[in-house]
Design a protein around this ligand. Sequence first.
Ligand code: ARG
Length: 459
Amino acid sequence: MSQDKLWGGRFSEPTDAFVERFTASVSFDQRLYAADIRGSIAHATMLAKVGILDARESEQIIAGLLSIKNDIEAGKFQWSVKLEDVHMNIESALTERIGPTGKKLHTGRSRNDQVATDIRLYVRDEIDELLALIRAVQQGILGVAEHEAGTIMPGFTHLQTAQPVTFGHHLLAWFEMLERDHGRLLDCRKRVNQCPLGAAALAGTTYPIDRELTASLLGFDRPTENSLDSVSDRDFAIELCAAASVIMVHLSRFSEELVLWTSSQFDFVDLPDRFCTGSSIMPQKKNPDVPELVRGKSGRVSGHLVSLLMLMKGQPLAYNKDNQEDKEPLFDALDTVKDCLKAYADMVPAIKPKKSIMREAAARGYATATDLADYLVKKGMPFRDAHEVVGKSVAFAIRQGRDLSELTLPELQQFSPDIERDVFAVLSLEGSVNARAHIGGTAPAQVKAAISRARAKLG
Ligand code: ARG
C-alpha cells in the first residue's frame, strides 16, 4: 500500500494518525514556501543546463512552481498535514498541476539539502531586514543625540550618581552596542550565504550536477564544501540566534533605563502616550508597556538560543529528524527581535528628556567630586591624597546639605590650601563635561564629533 505519501513505496500500512500529526512540520514550515520555490527553480534550471532535464521539462516545472507560489500568496493553496512538510506539499501540488514531469524535480536532490537551502535563503533575507532595522534605530539615536549633545544628566555606576555626562553621550553608548550587533549579523551572513544544494541526502549525488551554477542562481557566495556537514549542521542558525539574543539583551537594557527614567522617582524622560498604557484600576497610571515587553521578550529569545544549542548537541552526522525542531525557535526569535527593533525605531526619536530635572539630579549627587580631585592632582598633589581631601570636602558638604560648588572658597581651603578661586569652573557641571574632551569622552564637542563619525559610517 503506497498510500498518498511521496515516500510510500516501501510501506505496507498507513501512518498512524497521531504519528502523522506528530511528525508533520507543515503548520510551521510553510513560511519557507518562497525560499523552497526559489530553490526548486534554481535546481530545475541547473538540471536542464547540464542535460538531466530537457528545456521544456524545466520550463514546465518552473511555470508550475510559479503558479503554486501565486496561489499560496493569494491564500488559495490547500496545505495538507498528510503531506508532512512544505517541501512535499509543494512537490505534490506540482505533479498534480503539470503531470508526471513534476516527479522529475526531485532528481539529484533530497529534502535534506532542500531544507538546509531553504532555511539559509530565509535566514539571509531576515538578516538583511534586521540590518536595516538596526540602522533605523541607530539613525533615531543619532537624531536625538545631536539635539541633546549638551544636555547634562548624571552618569551612573552602581546606579549611584557618578559623574555628569551629556544625554547625547549616553545615547551614543546605545548606538555603539547596536553597531556591534550590526557587525555580528554581517559576519554571520557570510557563513549563512553558502549553498548546500547538491549534498542530496548526505553523500552527494550520482548525477553530473553543477553546484556552482545552483549556488550562483540563488545568490550564494559558493557551494558548501562537505555534503555531510551541509545537511546536518545548523550552526548558522545558532549563531544568528546568538546575535539576536545579544541584540535583545541590549534592547532590554535600553528598556530598563526607559522604565526607570519614566518613573516618577527619576522622571528624566517622557515617552509619548502611544507607547504606554493605563491601568484599569489606578487612573493616574501611565505604564511604559513597550519597553517592559521588550525587556520581557529578551528572555524568550535567549531561550530559543538554548533550544537550538541543545537540539544540536547530541546529533551524530548527518541529517536527523531532530533538525525539524530548529524552525519554531528560529522563526520566533527572528519575529521577536524584528518586532522589538521596529518598536525601538519608532520610539527612540520620540524620547523627550526633561532637561531641568536631569540637570538638577546631576547637581545634587556630588557628581563633580572627581573633577575636584583631578584639579588637585594638576596642582601637584598625588591622586590618593587628592581623593582623601575631596572625600572630606564631600562629607562636609553633605553635613551642610550643600553641593561642592555651593561651598565658599575658605570652606574648601580648610581641606587643602592648594584650592584657589579657579576651582569653581572645575566644579560646575559644564566644566566637568567639557573637560572630558578626548575621543569617546562626554564633552559636547566630542559628542558632536562622534555623531559625525557615526553618520559617515552609516552613509
Ligand atoms: N521537514 C523536514 C525538516 O524540517 C525536512 C527534511 C526531512 N528529511 C527527512 N529525511 N525526513 O527537517
